[in-house]
Design a protein around this ligand. Sequence first.
Ligand SMILES: [Zn+2]
Length: 104
Amino acid sequence: MAKTEVIYCKAIVKTQFSDPHQCKKGATKDGYCKHHHPEEYAKRAKAKQDKIDFDFQRHLIEKGGLLMHAALTLILEGHDNPQALARVTLEEISPTGNILDIKT
Ligand SMILES: [Zn+2]
């Protein structure tokens, strides 16, 4: 029986414990293993960025909510310049007026 030659993934990998070397996994598509295929890599990178974006948006909403709650409490207690307080609060939350630019 003829020995089947394994075609290794063409990705060059490096860890903190090794010098750059060719991946030792078998190639499954386009010369790459499943882990190093550019499409899979892009999917993982997008999923990671989506998680970062989601966490960042949640953080922004929480901070904005806290500042608005504080401002509304001051207005309810009779703040003598609610319009100025609203302006300062909005500037603190988002200097550009864009919800995506909320300060952290
Ligand atoms: Zn690989």
